[in-house]
Design a protein around this ligand. Structure first.
Ligand code: ATP
Length: 307
């Protein structure tokens, strides 16, 4: 194959709990991750020149956030370089990134691009690396990359490397809104270390797992369509403990949540270490209206209505 295209999907955290910290400083987490319909597009082209070079460029360079540099620091480049070195790839590759996911937003934009790069290079050069092996490479580059390689709805534990595939999430629409404020993931995690998390501030992760497995078990029985109830229960069980750090510092996060809730969200919450807020909606019309209300408030420039 000489050319191929990969979509790199953003994720939201349906839950995010911090359970402890390892001696090496890594946080022990428990998170339910879910892919949403906002994606970057990576195209890969094989150049049969025997030079083994990686050329990375942006499709929309004028719109690119200055935090993302198209050089050896980019996670796409680093992922490709890892496979080039491990497999001695001889030909060059031209990778073009169409960046749509907001940067440093809590949506795993960099990790998902890296995941797409691992998969793209694997396919383009016919390396036949099994998924678990790609995940091992990914884990060396970033804790969320093994999840992004697989995508969908997953429980992520340990430092993010212990992954369990979960049944499909019930049908829902997502509104994402990224306020302009910048948050540093490292600082947010440092902040949560100093905070004594109370039990009622944590997500009820097991409650959500029970709902998802129940839904799966009854999926063949149309009389038992529990999706509506399921979303309500999921909404009640959701929480992200990192909001305890970010919301007091950036009140706009709390305000966007309120606007989404007032406009019909089953639940609105911050994703990852923020600052993006997402709301879960039952129908697309309500989701669009809530998105419009957030835009109208002027609290977020980037607002997306997705499924
Ligand atoms: P997470 O949810 O995993 O914390 P995030 O959405 O907060 O991720 P990213 O968009 O992944 O944050 O960006 C974090 C940093 O990663 C950026 O500041 C940027 O310098 C660096 N980076 C490297 N490669 C990329 C890439 N392909 N896309 C975005 N950021 C990248």
């Amino acid at each position: 194959m000489d050319r191929l295209e990969k979509r790199a999907y953003a994720k939201v955290n349906i839950t995010l709990d911090v359970l402890g910290r390892r001696d090496d400083g890594y946080h022990l987490v428990q998170m339910i991750m879910h892919s949403v319909g906002l994606y970057d597009v990576l195209t890969f082209e094989r150049i049969p020149d025997g030079e083994g070079k990686i050329y990375l460029s942006a499709k929309n360079p004028d719109e690119l956030d200055s935090l993302v540099t198209m050089d050896e620091k980019n996670l796409i480049y680093r992922a490709a370089a890892m496979l080039y070195e491990a497999y001695g790839i001889k030909d060059s590759v031209k990778i073009v990134l169409e960046k749509n996911i907001p940067v440093a937003a809590g949506l795993a934009g960099g990790s998902t691009d890296a995941a797409a790069a691992f998969k793209g290079i694997n396919e383009l050069f016919g390396l036949d690396i099994p998924i678990y092996e790609l995940c091992n490479f990914g884990a060396k580059l970033g804790a969320d990359i093994p999840y992004c390689i697989q995508g969908g709805t997953m429980l992520s534990e340990g430092i993010g490397e212990i992954l369990t595939k979960l049944p499909d999430f019930p049908k829902a629409y997502f509104v994402l809104a990224k306020p302009e404020c910048a948050v540093s993931t490292a600082e947010v995690y440092r902040g949560i270390d100093a905070y004594d998390i109370k039990e009622h501030e944590r997500p009820l992760t097991q409650g959500i797992l029970d709902v998802l497995y129940d839904l799966e078990e009854n999926s063949d029985d149309p009389e038992l369509d529990m999706s509506d109830d399921a979303l309500d229960i999921i909404g009640e069980c959701m929480a992200n403990v990192l909001e305890l750090v970010t919301v007091p510092i950036h009140p706009e996060i709390g305000k966007i949540k309120d606007i989404m809730t007032e406009n019909g969200a089953v639940r609105a919450m911050m994703s990852g270490s923020g600052p993006t807020v997402f709301g879960i909606f039952r129908d697309v019309e309500t989701a669009k209206a809530a998105g419009a209300a957030v835009t109208e408030s002027g609290l977020a420039k980037n607002v997306y209505v997705l499924d």
